[in-house]
Ligand binder design. Sequence first.
Ligand SMILES: O=C(O)CCC(=O)C(=O)O
Ligand SMILES: [Fe+2]
Length: 308
Amino acid sequence: MEMGGLPVIDFSNQHLKPGSPDWDSVRTQVRQALEEYGCFEALYKKASSELRKAVFEGLEKLFELPLETKMKNVSDNPSHAYIAPHPNAPLYESIGIEDPNVAQNVESLTNSFWPHGNMTFSESVGCVVEQMSEVDRMVRRMILESFGVEKYMDEHMNSTRYLLRAMKYTAPNTSEKKLGSKDHTDKNIVTVLCQGIQGLEIQLKNGEWITAKPHSLTVFIGDSFYAWLNGRLHTPYHRVMMKGNEARYSFGLFSNPKKGYIIKAPQELIDEQHPLLFKPFDFYDFLQFFHSDAARKSQSAFHTFCAI
Ligand SMILES: O=C(O)CCC(=O)C(=O)O
Ligand SMILES: [Fe+2]
């Protein structure tokens, strides 16, 4: 733990295998951090600084491409496709890659963006996604174990798909902070985020905002995992604040529940002290609700959507 910042948890130990003493000790730290903060900083040496540098260099070139090119990043789900700067979020722009753990999906994006593709970028993205997904799966395994619900492990692991979202925040050229991304909780299961420069802020339970350091991965719990765990962990509000004249790039790997999978807390996590908090739901119905007027008017779209 570090004073005044998020807990820092080291996943680099090569002996970190389920069942080992190292695993159990990291699991305890993960559970504590997610109860109190809903997030933590993960050190993972495999995701080396050279690799990140290669990804960030690729992202710089990618966001420099003309708007028409970036608009080729489409999806059935609008929140998984290209998002152009918008009056409500003028500094923010992002692209999405569904199932980025399948090399072909990354390559088909780079092939549609560059006349001859971009093998260097595709390969670096492939490597970094693999490492971030290892962290995602370790964290989820540790959480299920720590609540004694390992019997759902396969179902849980097989119930999600990954989305990679790469983000650019244009420099505001001001000395005072400007909002890059509005405060929100993530909607998915787990988010593993990598930021190029500082800007990510997390709200503590006491309302105070703290800054996440850029040289580690930041791991968050999303609303869907919170619901599946019947509210046992915390989902933190976070935002991006920008100042100065340097653009900021970040990318996050989101584990999202698959369409058709009903998120419902297991009976082991429901009892008199912990009555069922949320209606079982399909993540895609929630995403749809999220873009409705009713959601915009409510304080927490998630709580409105899932209220019992
Ligand atoms: O860019 C960042 O650091 C944070 C992005 C974020 O919170 C999100 O995409 O959900
Ligand atoms: Fe987020």
